[in-house]
Design a protein around this ligand. Structure first.
Ligand code: 725
Length: 373
């Protein structure tokens, strides 16, 4: 374990877990939802608002920040926390996913990935060593290994090749991480939806030894049933005294179901991306403010919420802003959704503390089904 970085498991309720990650920059209550701040900003929100919603940690991304403004530039300006005025922990992804999903003309070899920027076509090489160097330059508190994440569907043969490569890159990433007091380095389990490959990947990463383990290669089009099945085939092979992070997940329902299967950490662009398109996530389920039925509805989204975006502004006003393409509409719904996700996580943590998670899971899903007030 990296000095000054630890995970405490306070309580389990069935397979649901309640813990705390301690980093050099502060604590993270788990289960945790980590707002995505890909290019050093949680799109549409001030950092102060993100703090206010209860987020203990946000994400940054090597791929985006290496293209613009560049890691050496950010380091010169005092690191990502100072640059983005975010005082709490930051987790950075290694770029393994974006190489497969965003980059043009990429070539993967044993050494790493060579690709062209989707912004200006410039050529870059990303190796495990360079990815870890970038995350160190950014000042990241949780640094992800470089991996190869396959899109779905793919062949078992390709899943095996990518999983074995990712294991070798895990070793190199771990070496390159070295000693960074207060910071953690996470391995990423691959293996597609193949039970044996998932077990081999989890065992291989555990043998190397990381401060935490991500379940990667999911939320790539496999669907919820296969995702949940793969979590069940992976989590039992991971150490119980280290956090488990399900990358790129998900909807509020995905999160409830994954917590029930032993996952501690989540990230997803859903709250901000769908907020920008007029969709609100609330205790009563999803509400699409583009819909004409909201045009003269004076009620706020949720009068009981502590977040003004949910409890102050009328649905009629939000509908008007979204229909008019006004910036404030995207900002208010992004804020509302991040606030709702954090209140869902708080509800999950409290329910596990009280040993009532299963009851909470069913009641929450029922309330979503009952729909809008
Ligand atoms: C949407 N579904 C989804 N499945 C994913 C699977 C993987 C994976 O196996 N390996 C790696 N390295 N990353 C993954 C990622 C990217 C998450 C990042 O992508 C960025 O959000 C888009 C964000 O960067 C701040 C986030 O940071 C952790 C996934 N996203």
């Amino acid at each position: 374990m990296s000095e000054g970085f630890s995970f405490t498991l306070h309580k389990t309720d069935g397979t649901a877990r309640r813990g705390t990650i301690t980093t050099g920059r502060g604590e993270i209550r788990t289960p945790a939802f980590m707002p995505v701040g890909t290019a050093g900003t949680v799109k549409g929100l001030y950092p102060e608002q993100v703090c206010e919603t209860g987020a203990d940690i946000i994400l940054g991304n090597v791929y985006h920040l290496m293209l613009r403004p560049g890691p050496e530039e950010v380091a010169k300006l005092g690191g990502l926390h100072k640059f983005a005025n975010w005082p709490r922990p930051i987790l950075t992804d290694s770029g393994g996913f974006q190489i497969m999903s965003l980059a043009k003309l990429r070539k993967i070899s044993e050494k790493g990935a060579v690709f062209q920027s989707h912004i200006d076509g410039r050529k870059y090489e990303l190796t495990p060593e360079r990815s870890m160097e970038i995350q160190r330059l950014l000042g990241s508190d949780i640094q992800m290994q470089l991996d190869e994440c396959l899109m779905y569907p793919h062949t078992d043969k390709d899943a095996e090749r990518a999983m074995q490569l990712s294991l070798r890159w895990a070793e190199r990433s771990r070496q390159a991480f070295g000693k960074q007091p207060g910071r953690g380095n996470f391995g990423i389990v691959q293996g597609g939806v193949n039970e044996k490959l998932r077990r081999l990947s989890a065992e291989g990463l555990t043998a190397i030894g990381f401060e935490g383990y991500a379940i990667g290669g999911l939320a790539v089009g496999e669907g919820q049933a296969l995702m949940l099945q793969t979590i069940e085939n992976t989590a039992p092979h991971l150490p119980t005294d280290r956090p488990r992070y399900l990358m790129g997940v998900g909807t509020p329902e995905d999160i409830l179901e994954a917590v029930a299967r032993g996952v501690d950490m989540f990230d997803c662009v859903m709250p901000t991306r769908s907020g920008r398109h007029g969709q609100a996530f609330t205790r009563f389920g999803k509400i699409n403010l583009r819909n004409a039925r909201h045009a003269d509805d004076p009620r706020p989204l949720d009068p009981e919420s502590p977040c003004p975006a949910l409890s102050v502004y009328s649905r009629a006003y939000l509908h008007h802003l979204i229909r008019s393409g006004e910036l404030l509409g995207m900002m208010l719904l992004s804020w509302a959704n991040i606030a709702y996700y954090q209140s869902l996580m708080q509800g999950i943590r409290d329910a596990i503390d009280r040993g009532r998670f299963e009851e909470f899971r069913l009641a929450t899903k029922e309330q979503w089904q009952r729909g809008d007030i």
